[in-house]
Ligand binder design. Structure first.
Ligand SMILES: [Zn+2]
Length: 76
């Protein structure tokens, strides 16, 4: 994903939490996921080289990258 697309995406989302190099945004405006084109629930930006995620639910994930960050789009 290029800078323009990333900046547009993030500016439309609501920051939810940031911890340990992982920043989460909530999709309150039903934006479409760039990978599957269905609305996603959250965007998870993994900023560190290595990140661990603890998932509390079973989620479908779509994945892309922005620079060296991994972006996860979650779907319940
Ligand atoms: Zn998706």
């Amino acid at each position: 994903m290029d800078d323009a697309a990333y900046n547009e995406l993030v500016s439309s989302l609501t920051p939810y939490e940031e911890a340990g190099g992982v920043k989460t945004y909530t999709n309150t405006v039903s934006l479409a996921c760039p990978a599957c084109e269905q609305p996603f629930d959250d965007l998870v930006v993994c900023r560190n080289d290595l990140n661990s995620l603890e998932l509390s639910k079973v989620l479908d994930l779509c994945v892309t990258t922005h620079n060296d960050d991994v972006l996860l789009f979650t779907h319940q």
